[in-house]
Design a protein around this ligand. Structure first.
Ligand code: PAF
Length: 303
């Protein structure tokens, strides 16, 4: 990879904006692709323990996109197909595509939509919140990246290095489904509970939530084991508690989605777990119940 890489970040949410700023700080040529057609995108960025600083990006520029070396897709799981559709013909064949979202399940869509592109998947535990033009980096965490579908015998680990320079730590993973499952487990535990109870991640450490968290972890561990990933309910529960502690003051993405009455990623988080569990005939009643609660909350919006 060149020193200055031409990058398009598709999706101007908290995580997309965080990576856009971090990559720009490394002197890469970054544009942001947003839902509007505005030619620029600005954000006030507040790094961990720092004061806010303004950042201005080129936005929605077809020429920039058609010359991009890297397309970082940070829209929500259920938006991937719709967000890519209008720009697909402008993505150069040589452009490496990195998909980064909570949950699992967009892989099949991507295979059909971008059959000839090199596509990588990433999962991040970096935490950020964005509201009214202020983007706050609220917690450092590990990012993993790995290949999902490659059409060229290329070494993509330089992409991991590029992301690592922007927001460390980022590591190449030879079986990206493993960290994707690991993150899915954390999201299955934290996201629905914080959304239903409208509480912060840290509040899940309270005694009242422990038996539910353990039950969720038990069920996820059974499905992960059936999928061939070595884990235990205890190990997952410990990791969940670590994340609730590390992101104690954060509101999870699903908490925010429910708060603002937006569609959640439940079908790609708990929904994905339920679909895989069905495949192995594993009962997942705690997760099933959470999925149902979130679905009925979504359907009651604007009621
Ligand atoms: O979705 C989220 O909010 C995050 O993935 C996590 C790890 C639960 C922290 O808030």
């Amino acid at each position: 990879m060149d020193i200055n890489v031409k990058i398009t970040v598709l999706g101007a949410g908290a995580i997309g904006s965080l990576w856009a700023v971090a990559l720009k700080q490394q002197q890469h040529d970054v544009q942001v692709w947003t839902r509007s057609s505005n030619p620029d995108y600005s954000v006030n960025y507040q790094a961990l323990n720092d004061n806010p600083q303004p950042f201005l990006f080129t936005a929605n520029n077809i020429e920039h996109l058609s010359q991009s070396d890297l397309l970082l897709v940070t829209v929500k799981s259920f938006q991937v197909e719709m967000a890519l559709a209008p720009i697909i013909n402008h993505i150069p064949a040589s452009c490496i595509i990195v998909i980064m979202h909570n949950g699992i399940g967009s892989q099949e869509i991507i295979k059909q939509q971008l059959p000839t592109h090199d596509t990588l998947y990433a999962t991040t535990s970096q935490a950020a919140l964005k509201s009214e033009g202020l983007l706050r980096h609220t917690g450092n965490g590990q990012t993993f990246i790995g290949a999902m579908q490659t059409n060229t015998p290329r070494d993509f680990s330089s992409i991991a290095e590029l992301l690592d320079q922007a927001l460390t730590p980022c590591k190449w993973h030879t079986d990206i489904m493993q960290p994707l499952w690991q993150k899915l487990a954390i999201n299955c535990a934290i996201n629905p509970l914080t959304a239903i109870n409208q509480c912060s991640n840290g509040e899940l450490a309270q005694a009242q939530y422990q038996s539910q968290l353990k039950q969720i972890c038990n069920e996820v561990a059974l499905v992960m084991t059936a999928e061939g990933y070595q884990t235990t309910a205890q190990a997952l529960y410990k990791q969940v508690l670590m994340v609730t502690h590390a992101t104690a003051n954060n509101y999870s993405s699903m908490n925010r989605d429910v708060f603002y009455q937006r569609q959640t990623e439940i079908d790609y988080i708990t929904g994905y777990l339920i679909r895989r569990a069905k495949q192995y005939d594993i009962a997942v009643p705690a997760n099933q119940q959470l999925w149902q609660r979130i679905k009925s909350m979504e359907s009651s919006y604007h009621a």
